[in-house]
Ligand binder design. Structure first.
Ligand code: KG4
Ligand code: ZN
Length: 397
């Protein structure tokens, strides 16, 4: 089975074509095409992702990325002669892409000339994320599904992050899905989310706790901005913090560990960010200060994440920890989670491979394949939902 997947929830535009062999328990997974364009540098000087700019960029990038993914997968074939769409399909496609005029033009110039690729389904992220950005992906997925007459699978972005942590590389572009002992806990840490999720069995998610204000990645990005570092701030802070540790610099300041001793599994990072702001008022913003702040900030976030995750594992008597999302790229946090699970003994810890940690469409293909295997539903009607939740017990904001 081959799945074409589309991801546009934030500032990465991505299309992947992924092949699956064997049963759903341990499918062999091959990345046949993987085309990704990061808009990060475009949003960098604006200090964060601007939703309407992200939407416009997705509209521009999707058709070139579709071409690239199809070519990589050797599924790119143009009709010898142009084959116009029948009037009904033409009208429907134009209506689906009505709000994306630039994308619609590029789409109509290319897709009717393409011979239908041998894929079995189209998976697309429909939330959570920036709603205008999500809609672009959802709409192109619906238009392709209509023209190519393929089933379409709406995927939750956070479930994608869960599966990306379970992919184990066998050889380049070939993966297996790790076998998970349930119950498990997922720690999902990204630019928009910080959540602890209880997975009782595959596909059964319930929320244990989440941030009350800023997400962990958001805090990294905001503190980076205070230090004059570009967006995305996580990797920048991490680099400076590592330098402070290797150079064995003395601890430059003390920051709070918010909610560390609260009895629940909630987080709060807004206060930590404000604490940095106040401390910086009394400090000269030189390289030594930047390194010192980066290190203490990273230590504070790590300590809180590790402590709460440990409490979640113990509370749910889980056998597995799955950490995912962009912040799971952080080496200090990874090391903290690894050593915590080792100290508990008997708990497997799954972390995403560096290449699949930040947003990508491969994880959306995998989540889509596992969700829809065997069903033949075509063109289900669904919406983009910026606040889509993974867990059944959490209410929408
Ligand atoms: O999952 P992701 O790519 O996009 C969202 O769904 O939000 O996560 C992006 C977030 C950004 O806030 C970025 O600063 C953070 O992940 N990030 C990191 C690191 N790499 C990316 N945070 C800390 N350390 C890193 N090495
Ligand atoms: Zn993400």
């Amino acid at each position: 089975m081959k799945v074409l997947a589309i991801e546009t929830s934030c500032d990465e535009t991505a299309i992947a074509i992924v092949g699956f062999k064997g049963g759903s328990k341990s499918p062999g997974i091959s990345i046949l095409g993987n085309a990704l364009y990061s808009q990060a540098s475009l949003h960098a000087h604006l200090g964060g992702v601007v939703p309407m700019l992200a939407k416009r960029e997705h509209g521009k990038n999707l058709i070139p990325l579709l071409e690239s993914a199809l070519r990589q997968a050797k599924l790119w074939k143009l009709h010898a002669k142009e084959k116009p769409l029948d009037a009904k399909t033409d009208k429907k496609v134009r209506a689906i892409l009505e709000r994306e005029p630039e994308l619609r033009e590029a789409f109509m110039a290319l897709v009717p000339r393409l011979s239908r690729p041998t894929i079995d389904a189209i998976a697309v992220t429909h939330g959570p994320g920036l709603e205008p950005a999500l809609w672009v992906g959802v709409n192109i997925a619906k238009a392709l599904a209509l023209i190519w007459n393929k089933p379409i699978i709406p995927v939750n972005h956070m479930e994608g992050h869960v599966f990306s942590s379970l992919l184990v590389e066998q050889k380049p572009k070939q993966y297996l899905l790790s076998k998970v002992s349930y119950p498990a806990v997922a720690l999902l840490i990204s630019g928009g989310h910080t959540e602890l999720i209880h997975i009782k069995k595959p596909g059964k998610y319930s929320l244990l706790g989440a941030t009350r204000d800023d997400a962990a990645g958001e805090a990294f990005d905001k503190v980076a901005r205070m230090l004059g570092l570009p967006y995305p701030g996580g990797p920048e802070i991490s680099k400076l913090a590592e330098e402070a540790r290797t150079k064995k610099l003395p601890r430059a300041l003390e920051l709070p560990r918010p909610m560390l001793t609260s009895k629940d599994l909630e987080f709060s990072f807004a206060g930590l960010k404000t604490a940095v702001l106040y401390k910086l008022k009394d400090m000269k913003l030189d390289d030594a200060t930047k390194r010192g702040v980066a290190r203490e900030f990273e230590d504070a976030v790590t300590e809180v994440l590790v402590t709460k995750t440990k409490a979640a594992l113990l509370k749910t008597k889980s056998k597995t920890l799955i950490a995912g999302g962009g912040v799971a790229a952080n080496r200090h946090i990874r090391a903290g989670l690894k050593s915590m699970t080792e100290s508990l003994g008997n708990i497997s810890c799954f972390l995403p491979a560096p290449s699949l940690t930040t947003d990508n469409a491969v994880m959306i293909a995998v989540a889509g394949f596992l969700k829809q295997r065997g069903t033949k539903k075509k063109n289900v009607s669904f919406k983009a939902d910026g606040n889509l939740r993974l867990s059944s017990n959490s209410s929408k904001k």
